[in-house]
Design a protein around this ligand. Structure first.
Ligand code: ZN
Length: 354
């Protein structure tokens, strides 16, 4: 079998961006940024419909045969979700990480792109993972050795203890608008946007379930707002809100936990401590501050008596819709994404050092 040159560059992403993303292109063409990177058991997955155009290839889903067909310079190649091989003419190329439907799209592993697609192409493929967590230590080995070191390292990373699932309650909904801010912006819409950004981050980077108490604009009973937290595997529960004040001055993020919860262990962490709401709130507030957001002290407030008593639960007031700076942040897509990324970083800190 002919072997084609694989160009693999894994570098640290030097900016502040903390989103998973990869750059992909065929040799000599400008790199395409693919920002939808889902992680499944430590392996990045990319939508096949994003990957092929970046490589100058075309393909389609054959819903009758239930398989995906790629037109390549060497002929038609087919594979199917969960399949262990890529079929090219009479050849069967083994697939170590099968394609799968994740969040509504057929996605292939990074390994599939580098190994199988790399083999099919008569030109070199440029691939660069921009996720700082996946950076590889310096080594003097060749490109292929580096590739294997890179994949092995990620396998190890995937075994770290992580959250099993996260529940998010975007406050209010339907006729219950919540706070009304500048230009009539409604809290219920802002918190849903941020919740959906966070949901995507968690699904993409951790590959774990995210339960939203609502994913559209409808009203919920008090009990329904808490329903998402009642799944057995939920390890953290975030309630998202935003506020508005008559005065234009108040601004910044506030985090609230139930009173009486082990504030003692929060100030003196030890290995025996169970994850608590205070721990979660502290990790979130550190991550938000690290990302440049203004965060007030964690406050204890009576809330949510019905949530299972020991489930780490934090209510987050994301900002003041009546404050121009907060308004700009919370109503802009990139601001919402940045906020969600910081909350995600907090959840990750919580999972790794609760
Ligand atoms: Zn609210």
């Amino acid at each position: 079998m002919r072997r084609f040159l694989l160009v693999l560059i894994v570098l640290l992403w030097t900016s502040q961006a903390c989103f998973a993303a990869v750059e992909l292109s065929r040799e000599g063409k400008p790199p395409q940024l693919l920002s939808e990177v889902y992680h499944h058991q430590g392996m990045p997955y990319l939508a096949i419909d994003d990957v092929l155009p970046a490589l100058g290839l075309r393909g389609y889903w054959n819903s009758v045969a239930h398989q995906y067909v790629i037109s390549t310079p060497s002929g038609k190649a087919t594979f199917f979700p969960g399949g262990q091989y890529l079929k090219l003419g009479e050849r069967f190329l083994p697939i170590t990480h099968p394609a799968r439907f994740i969040d509504g799209r057929l996605r292939v592993s990074e390994n599939f792109v580098l190994e199988q697609l790399g083999t099919l192409l008569p030109y070199a493929l440029y691939y660069r993972n921009l996720d700082p967590e996946l950076a590889v230590p310096e080594s003097s080995e060749g490109a292929l050795d580096k590739l294997f070191a890179f994949l092995l390292q990620k396998k190890k990373a995937s075994t770290e203890p992580a959250l099993r699932a996260v529940a998010i309650d975007p406050g209010h909904g339907g006729e219950e608008t919540g706070a009304i801010g500048l230009n009539g912006v409604k809290e219920k819409n802002i918190v849903l946007d941020v919740a959906q950004h966070l949901e995507k981050q968690v699904k993409m980077k951790l590959g774990i379930p995210v339960y939203l108490s609502r994913n559209d604009d409808y009203s919920l009973s008090f009990d329904q707002h808490l329903q998402s937290a009642r799944h057995d595997n939920v390890d953290a529960f975030l309630l998202l809100h935003a506020q508005a004040s008559l005065s234009p001055q108040p601004h910044g993020i506030h985090l609230y936990v139930r009173p009486g919860e082990d504030s003692f262990s929060a100030s003196m962490p030890s290995a025996q401590d169970k994850p608590s709401s205070m721990m979660l709130a502290l990790r979130l507030s550190e991550a938000l501050r690290d990302a440049g957001f203004q965060v007030q002290e964690v406050t204890q407030a009576p809330l949510l008596p019905l949530v299972p008593g020991d489930l780490p639960t934090v209510l987050i007031e994301l900002g003041y819709l009546s404050h121009q700076g907060d308004y700009d942040l919370l109503t802009r897509e990139d601001g919402q994404a940045r906020l969600a990324a910081a909350l995600f970083a907090g959840l990750q800190k919580f999972a790794s050092q609760p």
